[in-house]
Each structure stands twice: as structure tokens, then as C-alpha cells.
Design a protein around this ligand. Structure first.
Ligand SMILES: [Zn+2]
Length: 486
């Protein structure tokens, strides 16, 4: 999720409605549909289709960086699986960046107390951007360690010019452990996104950011970093938290020089695809409920929790409806988005391609915060929607997912639709450990608990079918279009 700070904008002012405290309005679902929803919920909790899909995407196909052969294979695989279920599948073209990681290494080559003839390795990983490589032989410069943007801005330019700035902003573990993982990430990721520009403004030779997450065991966290054509394009990378601490301690003792080699390349864009698969509605086939996750991932791990899990639970929703012969009134559209990580390319392309049809998009669900136990539904809408959905929450209560919360955390790929007024939804997932693995080499299948994945699949399937069968309209609230979407 690259544009995290955009998602975080209203998350600290969320309204919640308890599962039981509401006066009940007339239900948009009759008794027969509510029975179908309960049945669907139960069936999902017993089915392993989603897990098998997540396993294939991560173990067999592997990392799915946009533009890579694995991303192309994943498109073909998901399209074929959804065709097997009898869905009407379209591959919608998306022009995506083709970023190649290259070589990445760093070492401290001089520092206080150094034993003669030795160096200290720094665990580093390149951040994806435009033009952020070093020459192939690397660069060598003194480091300047800062804890935050304010410290850097307060330094005289001559103290920074020609040096390598190290941002040592620490991830707030307590905040994440208290259930605010996304907020903790939002604070840390600001340095990954904007650190390069802030360092370039001060004339730095390169920017290194402490990994934006809670990862330990010297795991670096990759991701996007900003690019400003008005500033010099300096190399940028992330270092493991332990190495940021090491550099901070040594730099406090005296001058420290670092050698840095980064050879990422941004090749010309290639054509990839959003996988778009329709299970046609019986009464309003033109009206669409999107059920989605993003198919691309970063390249260090296998993209299991980010976001094979989201794609897999979306596929599971279609699989269960077919298996149980449940026919939605509106069309349920499974979407596996392409190139979310490198800048929400699939989400933006879809909104453009369907701009004339946005009014027919009844709702959009995205799952993109891992596979942790869901406690309810994030609703990108107000109290009216929360009250309408109370019967759905009642169905989900048996798996502990009855919380309805008004929130902006409804997934990055559906932001363009949300801005256009489409009501958006996502599971409220337990993300206490998500940012320990997110964007690192440890995002692998074992981080998905099969039972918790089934709980997510159950919630998404129930919510999707409920939205696609409800006898009520959802309020639509178009928003001003943010600059990055223009
Ligand atoms: Zn993601």
C-alpha cells in the first residue's frame, strides 16, 4: 500500500457502532436471503479454496513485481481459475512501470575504533523510483544520521551537502501492538516516500531510510520512494533497523564513511492487465459490486500477505457462490488489480476505463491488509450505511466479525472509485504483526494462518453477496479529486 498517508487522513476520527446497540430499520434483506448469508458464511469457514489459491500464487508463481514474468503468469493463472468457475473474464490492459532491482550492497569502510583491514556490512535494499542508481562502482561518502525531517531541515546545508543522509525514524511497535498498525506504518513510511527529496534539497549525495515497518532479524523493507524532477536524482535505499541503529551509534562517536552500490533500472513501461471477472446479476446485471485484492507484489518476498491473500479471498467469494448456486441480483465482479505497489496503476486505469459507467458501480470491496483475523467491516461511508449493514454484521458475529466502523481504510486500488462516489468496504483485519513482514523477504505463505484466511473469505463472501442482493440504495458521496489522481 504505497499511498498510505492518503488512506490515513481520517482514520483517527472513526465512528464505531456496536454490534447490538442499534435500533433496527427495515432490513434490506428478506428472511430467505439472510438464511443464504448464514449458509454462505458457514460454508466459507469450512472451505480451503482461498488458501490453495494463495499457496499457488506465492509458492508456485512466487514474487509478482509489476512487469515481471511472474506477474504475467499470475494474470494468466487467475484468469484461467475464474474461467473454470464459469465467470466472464476480461483482461483489461494497464501500462505498468518495469523496475528491475539490480545489485544492492553497502558497507561502512571507516568509522571510530575500526580494526585495520575490516569493514562492516550494512543490510540495504533499493527503493523503487526513477533514476536512483549509483554508478556501477558505487559511491563513498560520510554519513549524517537524523531522527526526523525537522532535524535535517535545521542543519546548515554545508553539513549535509555531499554526504549520505540516514533517516533513523523508528517504527512505533506499541502503536501497532495496540491495533493501530496502519497508523504506525503511516508515520514511518513518510521517510521512505519523502526522505529522498528532503535529502536532495539539502544537497545530499544519497538517502538511506530505516526500514518502514516493525521487521527485526535484519530484514530490510522495500517500497516506492518519491521522485521530484526539479531536484537532483540521488540514490535511495532502505536499511535494516539494526543497521540504522549501528550507524547512529557510530556516527555519534565520530566520522563514518559508507560505500553504497545500487544499480536499479527503470525500463520502459510494459503492458500488463487487471483481471476482471463477472458473475452476472439476475435482476440488475449492469450494476456492479467489485470484490478485489491486488495481484502484484514486491520482489523480496512472495507477496503472501501483500496481497495474494486479498486476491485469494476474492476468488473464494466467487467459488462459493457458484458452489452453493447462489445467484446475486447485481453483478459480482472479481478484480485482481495490477501494479498497486508501484503506484496504483491498475486502480487508476480501471477508473479511467470505466469512467462513463461509474454510476453503475454499486460498491467496491478490497482486502489489502494481510490475512489476520477480521473483527468486522471498514465502511467508507457514514452512519446511514452502518445502520443498513447491521443484519450483515449479525450474520458475521459468529466468527467474531460484527464490528462496523466508518473508516477511510478501504484499500488503495478502490480510491479512484471512492472519490467518484462509489461506496467502499474492506475487512477490519488484525494487523498487529502485518508490518513486521510487509514488503520484506519474510512475506511468505507461512505468514497466512489458514483459519484466519477462511474467516476473511467468509466475511468478504457474505458482504459481497449482501451488497449484490440488498433492496436498498447506498448513499454516494463523491469527493474532491486529489492531485495524484489528476
Ligand atoms: Zn498491498
Amino acid at each position: 500500500m504505497p499511498k498510505l498517508r492518503l488512506l490515513l487522513l481520517g482514520m483517527l476520527t472513526v465512528a464505531t457502532v456496536s454490534a447490538t446497540a442499534q435500533a433496527k430499520p427495515a432490513s434490506p434483506w428478506g428472511p430467505e436471503t439472510l438464511q443464504q448469508l448464514r449458509h454462505l458464511h458457514q460454508a466459507a469457514l469450512e472451505d480451503d479454496y482461498a488458501y490453495r489459491q494463495a499457496a499457488h500464487l506465492t509458492d508456485n508463481i512466487g514474487p509478482r513485481l509489476a512487469g515481471s514474468p511472474q506477474a504475467a503468469a499470475a494474470v494468466e493463472y487467475v484468469a484461467a481459475e475464474l474461467r473454470k468457475l464459469g465467470l466472464d473474464v476480461t483482461l483489461e490492459p494497464v501500462s505498468v512501470p518495469n523496475w528491475i532491482r539490480g545489485e544492492e550492497r553497502a558497507a561502512l569502510i571507516s568509522y571510530p575504533g575500526q580494526a585495520p583491514g575490516t569493514q562492516q556490512k550494512i543490510v540495504v535494499t533499493a527503493l523503487a523510483s526513477v533514476d536512483n542508481a549509483t554508478p556501477s562502482e558505487g559511491i563513498t561518502a560520510e554519513i549524517v544520521v537524523v531522527n526526523n525531517f525537522a532535524e535535517l531541515a535545521a542543519m546548515p546545508r554545508e553539513k549535509v551537502a555531499g554526504k549520505i543522509v540516514v533517516f533513523n525514524e523508528r517504527f512505533d511497535h506499541q502503536m501497532a501492538a495496540a491495533g493501530f498498525g496502519l497508523a504506525a506504518y503511516g508515520q514511518a513510511v513518510a521517510y521512505r516516500e519523502d526522505g529522498r527529496e528532503a535529502a536532495a534539497k539539502q544537497g545530499a549525495a544519497a538517502a538511506l531510510v530505516r526500514s518502514a515497518g516493525g521487521a527485526e532479524f535484519r530484514l530490510p523493507h522495500t517500497g516506492e520512494t518519491g521522485y521530484n524532477p526539479k531536484l537532483p536524482s540521488i540514490p535511495a535505499a532502505a536499511v535494516a533497523g539494526e543497521d540504522a541503529e549501528l550507524m547512529a551509534r557510530l556516527a555519534a562517536q565520530g566520522p563514518v564513511r559508507l560505500h553504497l552500490v545500487l544499480t536499479p533500472k527503470l525500463l520502459p513501461n510494459v503492458v500488463s492487465y487487471n483481471v476482471v471477472a463477472d458473475l452476472k446479476g439476475s435482476e440488475h446485471p449492469e450494476q456492479v459490486v467489485i470484490v478485489s485484492g491486488h495481484l502484484d507484489s514486491w520482489d523480496l518476498g512472495a507477496g503472501a500477505i501483500d496481497d495474494a491473500a486479498g486476491v485469494a479471498v476474492s476468488m473464494e467469494a466467487a467459488q462459493l457462490l457458484k458452489q452453493l448456486h447462489l445467484q446475486p441480483k447485481r453483478t459480482i465482479r472479481i478484480v485482481a488489480w495490477m501494479a498497486e505497489e508501484v503506484g496504483i496503476f491498475g486502480g487508476k486505469a480501471y477508473a479511467k476505463q470505466h469512467a462513463n459507467d461509474v454510476a453503475n458501480h454499486f460498491a467496491a470491496i478490497e482486502t489489502d491488509l494481510g490475512a489476520g483475523h477480521p473483527v468486522g467491516i471498514n465502511v467508507g461511508g457514514d452512519e446511514t450505511v452502518l445502520k443498513l449493514l447491521q443484519p450483515v454484521a449479525d450474520v458475521l458475529s459468529t466468527s467474531g466479525a460484527a464490528l462496523l466502523r466508518s473508516s477511510d481504510e478501504t484499500g488503495a486500488d478502490v480510491i479512484p472509485l471512492k472519490v467518484a462516489g462509489v461506496p467502499t468496504f474492506s475487512p477490519i483485519q488484525d494487523a498487529r504483526t502485518y508490518f513486521d513482514y510487509h514488503h520484506t523477504a519474510a512475506d511468505t505463505l507461512d505468514k497466512i494462518d489458514p483459519r484466519e484466511l477462511r474467516e476473511n473469505a467468509a466475511e468478504v463472501a457474505v458482504l459481497a453477496y449482501a451488497l449484490a442482493t440488498m433492496d436498498a440504495e447506498l448513499p454516494r458521496q463523491p469527493q474532491p479529486v486529489p492531485d495524484w489522481l489528476k
